[in-house]
Every structure is written in structure tokens, then in C-alpha cells.
Design a protein around this ligand. Structure first.
Ligand SMILES: NC(=O)c1ccc[n+]([C@@H]2O[C@H](COP(=O)([O-])OP(=O)(O)OC[C@H]3O[C@@H](n4cnc5c(N)ncnc54)[C@H](OP(=O)(O)O)[C@@H]3O)[C@@H](O)[C@H]2O)c1
Length: 243
């Protein structure tokens, strides 16, 4: 009897197995994408940080990662060799639960570490080792482009955009791009924030929200495009929100 991991192994005509790493694949939209990705890619490795992933996501090889820890990043690079990867997705984000004015130094540090520092650590370390044309995809936010009630989050996402552009120039053999969803229905990220609860309620009434599965579909559809259509671009997905 084959394990779920073997059952999801697909051989391509040229003998290559497409292997993908999903950083932050264990909850909300990352989990929906990890689940959908098992149908597209031959091997899927996903990371989690605090919560053991749900057993409903089968076929994913799970690895623990705290992106703020150098040791943890080293461990990931060891167990998931970059040379085998055809795509790496970066989902971790840090949004301040109750933003203060101004944001605390701790919140600023955490936002920069999780939203952008981790992406740089992993993407830059892997970029010189992945096969040419490997996709490196960051999950961005409208807050990278527009004002946000959470200044620390917006700063982290704007810095992520700057980092992705610079990495794309530094490693032209890699296909870097970002994808910014509109608000995702039922995601854990914003649940406790009054401004967001109100905005989400209005969006829900207007039918403006994406489900995690819809967004996963968008990511898979983008994966079908050519490198030239994707390289160094930021795709915004879903209906525009009010600032
Ligand atoms: N949700 C939305 O409506 C929305 C809208 C626009 C943009 N986005 C962006 O989409 C991305 C995903 O959002 P989401 O709602 O799915 O977030 P989420 O539920 O908080 O999931 C984030 C993922 O990253 C992992 N993670 C968190 N901190 C980490 C750390 N220090 N080290 C390593 N992994 C860590 C989480 O693992 P654990 O669960 O184990 O901690 C989880 O797998 C974020 O970048 C967010 O900014 C979301």
C-alpha cells in the first residue's frame, strides 16, 4: 500500500517531478493552497510554526519552521533541498492584533521579521541553488500599496515588495512574483480586530470576499502562466476594498 506522499508523486514526460515548498502552509489560505497543490505538484512540503496541521490535509510532507529563528531556517534548508524545487510559496504574515499608536518596537520587529525578513532569508538562500525558472512567490497584501490601519503590517508588506523586486534583479534565473488577495473569508488572521470585523461584515454583505479555496485556485492558475507573464509582478486578486 502506498503512503499519501507516494500516491501524490507524478512523473512528467521529461522524468522530472515537480516539487513545491509552501512556507506557512498550515492554516487559512496556506492550508487551502497546500491541499490544492497536492493535485498539481508531484511532491508538496509544507511548514507550520505553532499549530500541528490538520489531518484533513493529506499528501503534504510537514516540517516545523519558525521563520524568526536562524537555526530553524537552516533545518528547513537541510530537509528540503533547494535543488529539487520548482516553486516556493511564502505565506507567513504578521498583523498586530491591537495596534498602538505608534506601533511598539516589538510589533514593528515582529512584522518586519515575519512579513519580509523570513522571505529574504529563505528566498535568498535558495535562489542560487534552485533549478532555473523556479518560481518564488510571496503572498502580499493591498497594504503594500495602500494605507492601512496597521502601520507595522503595511510597513512589513511594503518592505516585502521592495525585497522581491531587488531579489528579482539579483537572481534573474528565478521567477519571483507576489500575489495580494483581497480579504479572505474565515481566515484566522483578522478575527479579533473591530475595524476588520466591521469591514469584513460589509464585504460579506456585498459578496466581495474570496474563500481560501478560490484563492488557492488563483495561485494554481497563475502557475500555468509563462515565466515572462509572471516575473517581477504583483498580482492583486479580488474586489478592491475601501481604504
Ligand atoms: N487573510 C486575509 O484576509 C489576507 C488578506 C490579504 C493578505 N493576506 C496575507 O496572506 C498571508 C496568509 O494569511 P492567513 O490569513 O492565511 O494567515 P495565517 O492564518 O496567520 O497563516 C499564516 C501561516 O504562516 C505560518 N506562520 C506564522 N508565523 C510564522 C513564523 N514566525 N514562522 C513560520 N511560519 C509562521 C502559520 O503557521 P502557524 O499557524 O502554525 O503559526 C501559518 O501556516 C499573510 O501573509 C497575509 O498577510 C491575508
Amino acid at each position: 500500500m502506498s503512503t499519501p506522499y507516494e500516491a501524490n508523486t507524478v512523473s512528467y514526460a521529461d522524468g522530472m517531478i515537480r516539487e513545491v515548498l509552501i512556507i506557512g502552509g498550515s492554516s487559512s489560505i496556506g492550508r487551502a493552497f497546500a491541499s490544492a497543490a497536492t493535485m498539481r505538484f508531484g511532491r508538496v512540503t509544507g511548514t507550520f510554526s505553532r499549530r500541528i496541521p490538520s489531518t484533513t490535509v493529506t499528501g503534504v510532507n510537514w516540517v516545523h519552521l519558525d521563520i524568526r529563528s536562524q537555526e530553524s531556517v537552516e533545518h528547513l534548508l537541510e530537509v528540503c533541498p533547494a535543488e529539487r524545487l520548482s516553486a516556493v510559496y511564502y505565506f507567513p504574515g504578521y498583523l498586530v492584533e491591537s495596534p498602538t499608536s505608534p506601533p511598539s518596537l516589538d510589533d514593528l520587529t515582529e512584522s518586519l521579521q515575519v512579513n519580509v525578513g523570513g522571505l529574504i532569508q529563505v528566498f535568498e538562500r535558495m535562489a542560487s541553488r534552485v533549478p532555473p525558472g523556479c518560481r518564488m512567490v510571496g503572498i502580499s497584501s493591498r497594504s503594500a500599496l495602500k494605507p492601512s490601519f496597521d502601520v507595522a503590517y503595511a510597513a512589513g508588506k511594503a518592505a516585502q515588495l521592495g525585497a522581491a523586486r531587488s531579489l528579482a534583479t539579483k537572481f534573474p534565473q528565478v521567477c519571483f512574483y507576489l500575489v495580494a488577495p483581497t480579504t479572505i473569508r474565515d481566515s484566522r488572521m483578522f478575527l479579533s480586530m473591530p475595524e476588520v470585523v466591521r469591514m469584513r461584515h460589509e464585504q460579506r454583505l456585498r459578496g466581495d470576499m474570496l474563500s481560501p479555496a478560490d484563492f488557492a485556485d488563483v495561485l494554481l492558475t497563475l502557475d500555468e502562466l509563462s515565466d515572462d507573464d509572471l516575473r517581477n509582478r504583483l498580482f492583486t486578486v479580488g474586489v478592491e476594498e475601501e481604504p
